[in-house]
Design a protein around this ligand. Structure first.
Ligand code: CP
Ligand code: NVA
Length: 313
């Protein structure tokens, strides 16, 4: 849990990793997200965060994260300011600590999407407002919390389901490993040799979950009887130059109809998007009846509103 002390002696809670929330807190977030989802569908908007402003600091592109946080703040009565590195040049134009302290004087929360996870940690440590991780090279916690919520909405039991994560051992995979420490689902991490997730996160999760994490090298085997078949791009943002080498490394790891057939008939096919159709997933599968990728995208909005209410209220 990241606790940063403000200048005024107030304790501020940030959300940089799924490990920052307990199991009970996550369950409470799901209840709140479901309520907010119902309300917005009934046309009810709230004023819970009236007058509050969220800074959106982006060092990488985004569709879902940017729009869902911005719309989420509006629907809660607040507003958001979008800032790219062109303006602030964190670490170059001025130190992370100064950016954190200045932003904390203007806004009520900071969402950051960046490369190096330590920059997000630095903002949380040096600022006096909550910091929310909107993706770093290491983690994508908002995504996986929304995905867990989507799984529950679709009737999956987080304490008994089997998740086959097939693809790159990246930020999304690392966040699934962190999530496995909060619920008792089985997680099959299916990655080619050399593309494994963070060894530190994997080892910690394996130790804490006592047998619920399996490292599988064969995609068909990983999908066997799975409740969720999850994949993500092979070359994440910032790794574009490695795309061709990655394509070779991931031969045989495409989530295609054969993989989905090996899973349970009521399995959910998940992908955080954006997808590279024809690489990590086929067009047929992402457009197929088991795919819930647009529900996942929508739920980013509802789940993040719950996070904003928890941290900024
Ligand atoms: N899934 C996700 O975070 O999408 P964006 O990169 O578009 O924000
Ligand atoms: N792993 C991907 C996730 C995109 C939402 C990336 O980091 O680019």
């Amino acid at each position: 849990m990241v606790i940063a002390s403000s200048g005024s002696g107030r304790s501020v809670r940030s959300f940089l990793s799924i490990r920052d929330f307990t199991r009970t807190e996550i369950q409470e977030l799901f209840i709140l997200a479901a309520k907010k989802k119902r309300e917005v569908r009934e046309g009810q908007l709230s004023t819970d965060l009236a007058g509050k402003v969220l800074a959106l600091v982006f060092h990488k592109p985004s569709l879902r994260t940017r729009v869902s946080f911005e719309v989420g703040m509006l629907q809660l009565g607040g507003s958001a300011v979008y800032i790219t590195d062109k303006e602030i040049g964190i670490g170059q134009r001025e130190p992370v600590a100064d950016v954190a302290r200045v932003l904390s004087r203007y806004v009520d929360g900071i969402m950051v999407r960046t490369f190096d996870h330590s920059l997000a940690v630095g903002l949380a440590a040096e600022g006096s407002v909550p910091v929310i991780n909107g993706l770093t090279d290491l983690l994508h916690p908002c995504q996986v919390l929304s995905d867990l919520f989507t799984a529950v909405e679709n009737g999956k039991d987080l304490d008994s389901m089997c998740v086959a994560y097939i693809g790159d051992g990246n930020n999304v995979c690392n966040s699934w490993l962190n999530a496995s420490t909060r619920f008792r689902f089985t997680l099959r991490v299916c990655v080619p040799e050399g593309q494994e997730p963070s060894s530190e996160i994997m080892e910690a999760a394996v130790k804490e979950t006592e047998g619920s994490i399996q490292l599988v090298r064969n995609a068909l085997e990983a999908a066997q009887g799975a409740d969720i078949v999850y994949t993500d791009v092979w070359a994440s943002m910032g790794q574009e130059k490695d795309a061709e080498a990655k394509k070779r490394a991931f031969a045989g790891f495409t989530v295609d109809a054969r993989i989905v057939e090996a899973a349970r008939p009521d399995c959910l096919v998940m992908h955080c998007l954006p997808a590279h159709r024809g690489e990590e997933i086929t067009d047929e599968v992402i457009e197929g009846p088991r795919s819930v990728v647009f529900d996942e995208a929508e739920n980013r909005l509802h789940l993040q509103k719950a996070i904003l209410l928890k941290l900024l209220s």
